[in-house]
Design a protein around this ligand. Structure first.
Ligand code: ATP
Length: 452
């Protein structure tokens, strides 16, 4: 049985079960924008918590911030985004539809000459001649206040890193931080992508989880490797993504962002092919040097031991939350057979599962079953929070429904339960059912959830 889901499988599951919806769906949607539904928001919160625990709570030198989405435009001038946050674009000369030139050419390059050469004899997807490739700036603009003139122009941040650099001194001073130390942030970013595509893979409003680690330049190689290892291990050990779904991609000269000295991406085998999931970048002293020049504030660092002053280098770890969620869904999605019936099962790491346990009375029209099941449900909900009541359809259908959303355990209360206070505990992955005392439920489930 082919177990790799197509993008249609994932889109359909996401909508059917309440993970992800099109934004403004009743108005026909909006290209590049999505809403997260009841299960999607749980999954995304679980991902954020695991990342924050591993990145901030497990260390004593990484601090969190939550910066504003709109910052002084001078920040983006100094960071080079206003001039250089560009993607190469090419236009269909008849329909005037615009495309990413590198994607049409099938290369990882932003070099206009190379792209022009490669696209010389190509046609647009509609079969029309193409114009010359040129750059398109992806910053999203807005205006602050009542006047919509140039002086009021501002930008929605294209990455969370900006307010990390502008808070470098604040964090260093308030936390009495010494190098090396990091600043982490989870938040929205906006990119006016030329062609949003592949569901939540490439969107115009995204959420990023980023950490910038400020270091002495002499440590750059060792620390760069440490953050590459961190990303790889986090995906496998914390999220449970299979190692064979991942690979490394090193950016070539023509692919690297304007600030990067070295860049390694982890690629995930998405349904549309292996694509970037998580980047580790050596940003050198690009950011602090430019912000020092533009703001006039000295952002250099005095190393007390050596009495040397230098501008810290930055190693960055940057991943998109939506892409991570998509990777987790694709990797966990499987079709298998249980007792001759085909089922779809999301083999999610239990720590990520949006619902931990579902509780059902065998029959919903037997008040004594419902009463006992409700009691158990309330107890489990107090303990685990994400617990679902499900009395719809027959028990087999309920199990299928829970398998599809990755619920690790289902508890069923039946007539025997009324006699001996035992219940059926069903395991998602093996589909095995065990009879267990209602008093032991919490411990058994906790062990199962934590031991994974
Ligand atoms: P790409 O090459 O795919 O456009 P990028 O190299 O521009 O991505 P970065 O600027 O390094 O990406 O952003 C860091 C992370 O943010 C990426 O690894 C990815 O997970 C996520 N990301 C970037 N752009 C988007 C987008 N348009 N939609 C969803 N996630 C994105």
């Amino acid at each position: 049985m082919n177990n790799s889901p197509s993008m249609e499988d994932i889109v359909s599951l996401s909508k059917r079960r309440g993970f992800v919806f099109q934004a403004s769906e009743i108005y026909g949607g909006l290209s590049g924008f999505y809403d997260y539904g009841p299960l999607g928001v749980e999954l995304s919160n679980n991902l954020k918590k695991l990342w924050w625990d591993a990145m901030v709570h497990a260390r004593d030198n990484v601090y969190g911030v939550d910066g504003a989405i709109i910052q002084n435009p001078m920040l983006w001038q100094a960071s080079g985004h206003i001039a250089g946050f560009n993607d190469p674009m090419v236009e269909d000369t008849i329909t005037h539809k615009r495309y990413r030139a590198d994607q049409l050419a099938g290369v990882d390059s932003t070099d206009l000459e190379e792209l022009a050469q490669l696209l010389k004899d190509k046609k647009s997807p509609d079969g029309n001649p193409l114009g010359q490739p040129r750059y398109f700036n992806m910053m999203m603009q807005t205006w602050i206040g009542p006047l919509q003139d140039d002086a009021a122009k501002a930008y929605l941040r294209p990455e969370t890193a900006g307010s990390i650099f502008t808070n470098y001194l604040n964090v260093k001073e308030t936390m009495r931080a010494k190098l090396p130390f990091g600043i982490a942030q989870i938040g929205k970013a906006f990119r006016n992508e030329i062609s949003p595509r592949d569901f939540i893979f490439r969107v115009r409003e995204l959420e990023q989880m980023e950490m910038q680690y400020f270091i002495d330049p002499k440590d750059q190689e060792v620390i760069y490797q440490q953050w590459r290892d961190f990303a790889w291990n986090f995906l496998i050990q914390e999220l449970g993504i299979r190692e064979e779904s991942l690979s490394w991609h090193e950016h070539g000269e023509k692919e690297r962002a304007h600030y990067a000295k070295a860049a390694h991406d982890i690629y995930f085998n998405f349904p549309q092919g292996p694509k970037e999931l998580w980047g580790t970048h050596n940003r050198s002293d690009f950011d602090l040097t430019n912000h020092t020049k533009a703001s006039g504030k000295d952002l250099s660092y005095l190393d007390e031991a050596s009495n040397e002053r230098f501008t810290p280098y930055v190693i960055e770890s940057s991943v998109g939350l939506g892409r991570m969620l998509l990777a987790v869904l694709c990797d966990a999605y499987q079709r298998d057979n249980v007792g001759g019936d085909e089922r779809i099962v999301l083999r999610l790491n239990p720590k990520l599962a949006p619902v931990k346990v579902a509780v059902s009375p065998l029959l919903k029209n037997k008040p004594e079953l419902v009463e006992l099941a409700r009691k158990i449900y309330t107890k489990l909900k107090t303990e685990f929070g994400a617990v679902l009541w499900d009395d719809n359809g027959n028990i087999g259908k309920r199990y299928r429904r829970q398998d599809e959303i990755g619920t690790p355990y289902c508890v069923t209360v039946d007539f025997d339960s009324l006699e001996d206070q035992s219940v059926t505990l069903r395991d998602r992955d093996s589909a095995k059912q065990a009879r267990i005392s209602a008093d032991d439920l919490i411990n058994s489930i906790r062990t199962g959830l934590e031991g994974a």
